[in-house]
Design a protein around this ligand. Structure first.
Ligand SMILES: NC(=O)c1ccc[n+]([C@@H]2O[C@H](COP(=O)([O-])OP(=O)(O)OC[C@H]3O[C@@H](n4cnc5c(N)ncnc54)[C@H](O)[C@@H]3O)[C@@H](O)[C@H]2O)c1
Length: 347
């Protein structure tokens, strides 16, 4: 059999190679680098094609496609969200993605994005925390100690300088796992018995639970003034984490309003409730935190540009390394019009 030509090959980053890349780079430097790419892309937001993600809902979960493009590259992520999966031994969220050249449409990267999504979600959360968290915030409550949890804790340490994380999950086994994984992280890690206990003394509150319903992870009476809430788990129609009254007392910051109004915590509010777009805060065109007593809320749902940044990061990072395989993915007949002949000659 003839070997595929150079034009047929697409660099592929497997889960094994993604893990090797993370471990060779170090988790904190990797989160910081990734946040740098995300921040750079948020600052050039108007250059991107944008659309709310394309979601296919079922009674058990959702499968989504998240595309975006700038003048040079097109990227998309395939991602699912199935809260029941974990109990059956599957991930709640899995993903993979592609980066392509706009010039000729050829893919230039295919990569696993389950690990990369956890990294990019954490990097985005902490980047936003850098703009919105109260000055000198050192303690974060982390409610929901599943797959995303430790990535969030490490990103807030690396990017916002927290030194303590207070963990709570309805399932104490999840908390035990997170305590174990964060033992040598340099963070003070405290396992808590309830959500109320976890938020005690925390200036940053991250909610990262998975449930396919309107849940109330935080009630209004739990939230004092001067905190930043990083709400990650409410990211689908009918799937929220915060009581509506908290939203009414908060200044709300979002990625892309047309998507967040469908999927985020703000689906509980009027469609014209004021929100601030984070790219404008990062460009200095809108105000972030203006008062130490203010409650700021990042109503995170995850937007395609964050994945585009992550794809761009991985594409650049793997050049001249062994952290990828070459995949024979694109047909490359000697004569571009002789696709049929190529198939016949391979017989
Ligand atoms: N905003 C984003 O960009 C983004 C990105 C990735 C994942 N997510 C969302 O984040 C959430 C967490 O994802 P994951 O991969 O960590 O899921 P996971 O299933 O691994 O973990 C979720 C954890 O939440 C816990 N939990 C459920 N209900 C709870 C409650 N009432 N109180 C406390 N803990 C509770 C579960 O026991 C579990 O340990 C999901 O809803 C996912 O859709 C959002």
């Amino acid at each position: 059999m003839t070997q595929p030509s150079q034009k047929a090959l697409v660099p592929f980053v497997s889960v094994a190679n993604m893990m090797a890349l993370v471990n060779a780079t170090g988790i904190e430097p990797m989160l910081r680098d990734l946040a740098g790419y995300i921040e750079a892309d948020f600052k050039r937001w108007p250059e991107f094609d944008k659309t709310p993600r394309v979601a296919s809902h079922s009674s058990d979960g959702v499968i989504e496609l998240m595309p975006t493009a700038d003048a040079d590259n097109y990227g998309f992520k395939y991602v699912n969200g199935h809260p029941k999966n974990m109990k059956e031994g599957y991930q709640t969220v899995t993903a993979f993605g592609v980066l392509s050249s706009v010039a000729n449409g050829y893919p230039i990267l295919l990569t696993e994005m389950t690990v990369l999504t956890a990294l990019r979600t954490a990097a985005t959360s902490a980047l936003v925390g850098k703009y919105l968290a109260p000055k000198g915030a050192r303690v974060m409550a982390m409610i929901g100690n599943g797959a995303q949890c430790e990535f969030q804790a490490m990103a807030f340490k690396a990017i916002c300088g927290i030194d303590t994380v207070r963990l709570y999950d309805v399932d104490s086994k999840a908390t035990e796992k997170a305590v174990r994984n964060l033992t040598d992280s340099g963070l003070t890690v405290i396992a808590c018995k309830s959500g109320e206990d976890a938020i005690e003394g925390a200036q940053i509150i991250t909610t990262c639970t998975a449930d396919k319903q309107y849940a109330t992870i935080l009630t209004d009476n739990m939230i004092g003034t001067g905190v930043h809430i990083n709400a990650i788990g409410g990211d689908c129609p009918g799937k929220t984490e915060l009581h509506r009254d908290i939203l009414l007392r908060s200044d709300i910051f979002v990625e892309y309003p047309p998507q967040t109004r469908i999927e985020g915590e703000i689906q509980q509010l009027d469609p014209d409730h004021p929100v601030t777009e984070l790219w404008q805060v990062m460009r200095g065109e809108a105000q972030g935190r203006s008062d130490p007593r203010q409650i700021t809320l990042f109503d995170s749902v995850g937007f395609a540009i964050e994945d585009f940044s992550a794809l761009r990061f991985v594409h650049n990072r793997i050049q001249n390394t062994a952290f990828f395989d070459q995949l024979d993915m694109l047909a490359d007949p000697d004569d571009p019009r002789d696709l049929f002949g190529m198939v016949r000659r391979a017989a």
